[in-house]
Ligand binder design. Sequence first.
Ligand code: ADP
Ligand code: MG
Length: 871
Amino acid sequence: MKSSETYPHSLSVEDVLRQFSTHPSEGLSEQEANARLKNYGHNRIVEKEHKSLWHIFFQQFKSPIVLLLFVAAGLSFWFAEWMDAIAILVVLLINAIIGFYMEHQAERSMEALKKLSSSYCKVIRDSQLLEVNAELIVPGDIVFVEAGDMIPADGRILSVTKLLSDESPLTGESVPVEKSSKRIDRETTLAERTNMLYKGTFVSHGNAYFIITATGMQTELGHVANMVQTAQDAVTPLEVKLQSFSKKLINITIGIVGIILIAGLLYGQKLTAMLNTSIALAVAAVPEGLPIVATLALAQGMLRMARRNVIVKRLSAVETLGGTNVICTDKTGTLTKNKIEVTNLAVTSEAAKAIINEVAVLCNTAEIYLRGKESRELGDPLEIGLLRWVQQNEININALREFYPKLGEEPFSSETKIMCTLHRKEEQFVVYAKGAAEELIQRCTRILLEKGEEDFDPGLREKWLKEAEQMAATGLRVIAAACRFTNEEPDQLSSELVFCGLIGMMDPPREDVFGAIEECKSAGIKIIMITGDHPATAKTIAAQLNVADPDKSEVINGKTMRHYEDASDDEKTSWYNAFVFARVSPKQKLDIINVLQDRHNVVAMTGDGINDAPALKKADIGIAMGLRGTQVAQEVSDMIIKDDSFSSIVVAIKQGRVIFVNIRKFVTFLLSCNLSEILVIATGSIFNLPFQLFPLQILFINLITDVLPALSLGVTNASGDIMKQPPRNMHEPIIDKKRWFSIIIYSVIIALTSVGSVVASHYAARQDQTWDPKLSNNILFFTLIFGQLFHVFNMNEDPERFFSSEVLRNRYVWGAVLLSFAIVFVMYLITPTRDVLSLYEMHGIDWLISLGCGLLSFFLINIIRRIKLVH
Ligand code: ADP
Ligand code: MG
């Protein structure tokens, strides 16, 4: 029964069924499926081996700075400074453990996110069609797929209606392949096995039932994946930018080390002392926590979004989200509820009314099941709306469908905007058709009046088009219905139809959308509504939702839009200025994105169908719908909105902004801390001051006073006005010139107050004129720590609102600062750690001076921010 040994394409359907002991309409039993799952394993492509815990741990030692510290430890051993040597090693270990923990944590969050975007498929088990997680599919399962679905596993086709499959992911061949259930020669190559469906490819048209013959790594995709499993988690642009900060600091340091070496030689310092200083500088220069704090902040943000119905599939999408300034959104189902109800009917005659009922039931692929007392619905909401309507008219859906069996179908597509089905009605054939009014009326040659079928003359057409327009202008979604009776089977379904009337359907706006739209407006984000509906419907709904002022802006009709390539500049400008597009085809969505992107907009675009895939890919943020979106759309999108609601998009954009602002906060914080350390050490060396910081002290500061508050800044909530500001310019770096300037000023202030505290304590408290190097060192150390810890509270966005700032309200910040203080004092109180950090007993006055100077630095920075000297 192993698929690799058999060739299901060369067997008849019956043989395959027998081989996999399954039944075409009953499927497997749940019990059997579970047993097979144990046997065959989950249907998943085993990704590149997970990083083992040891691997992650040892990676922490790979950075050049850590190697440098190892050298330092070695030198300390050489000079028999045992305490230093051991301490450096211990610190390295602690550093590795923290790094390890955070990376592990980040990896776990990513994993959790991946799970959220798992896909489902329709499978027959115990004679029922169920939705099952695609990972639980086993060989022998009977699976149903239709247009837009990804194929969950390899299988042999049982029965098929006009199925085209896009196998480009597997074969590279981009022309869809037509499939059948006929058996074929055993030697046929993969690309030509027209009776097989393969995992990872997708259905672009039609539908099929097929028997699963191989799952997981046994599939053809699995074989390929085995060969090409290379590192796929590429670094995000953000990571690249962050790495560049470290490089900048290291460059500054190398320069300073040079100066210090020269100064040291001039002052005749010992080589070991200079070495120590250089090591201290090297340590000070590297914001060790930065990349991992950033990853963690992103991953946390993504999890937070996931709790609010937004699944972000790429880390880097978060960054783009924050800069989004145009949202192109579908109307139906995203702005509206997609709970469609028939409210109006305009028929051509009594006889036509009966036909419309039949159209509603028969030209319809939706189902309403009764399960006990509950009714379950499956299918297009518009079609469900039609079924509910005929149910009210006491028509028996199932009976009608049985009486007039379906022989053929032209499915609805957003290109043609028409759907037709062919049925047997007693001795005759009958076509039932429904679709967008203009489109369907164009294909009708006759009309069913009281006297019977008549010519559909231009005057009448005009009248009915007007009628449709009037219905649409009240905000209704309008479809036209038609039929055609013939004695022979017609070749083409959607022609020579007989017009029967119009159905008006209401699809009310979602309540939460109004607020979201207001929020977008204040946030400088333009909303463009795109719909396949009638321009009049679009206009009315847009006005209701306050997307566009009906008097000021015109609705662009997709029918009149030329191709992007042919359109004049004026035409493109009019698209660029429009808020509403109606009767749009998926291809035109791509044109709209092009025009927007030409003018440097960052565009988010929603989509649900297979045809939307190119637009979803092209948009800066492609947003697929979780409920009504096809798997293909979800596959190519950057983000999935689980509840389909527009307001979730706005939630995501807001979160994107928050995450970005938080990243900027802790980058600013970390850089100013590291730079202040560099400055303190450099000042000491260059001016040959009688006190200096030790490498271990710097390490301690970097690991405690830097990382903890930085982490807490990463989870700051939005400041009140985050959605009142215009979108960020995506071309601007995270830290622009203005902010670099601020960072330099911050660090100068922190460094000056630290050095100043030593001077202050020396002159204020001591009468004798000799410096006490130990005490000086300690005061320097503590003041630097205090200054940096207080500095966190200056990381709020709006300097004028300090007391109600988002940072002050972040309890993690308070927690991190208090914890850091506590750790500092514990280190001071316990003898061994005190020795390692070269700490000595300090008097009350020394503590006061340290704290005072730390606070002074805080106030100075606070003031220069308030007076807008720096940002
Ligand atoms: P959107 O989803 O953007 O509102 P659609 O492409 O779904 O647009 O629909 C466009 C038009 O096609 C609708 O205004 C309606 O007249 C018609 N239509 C929509 N769904 C169906 C369907 N299932 N069968 C027939 N016609 C439909
Ligand atoms: Mg639709």
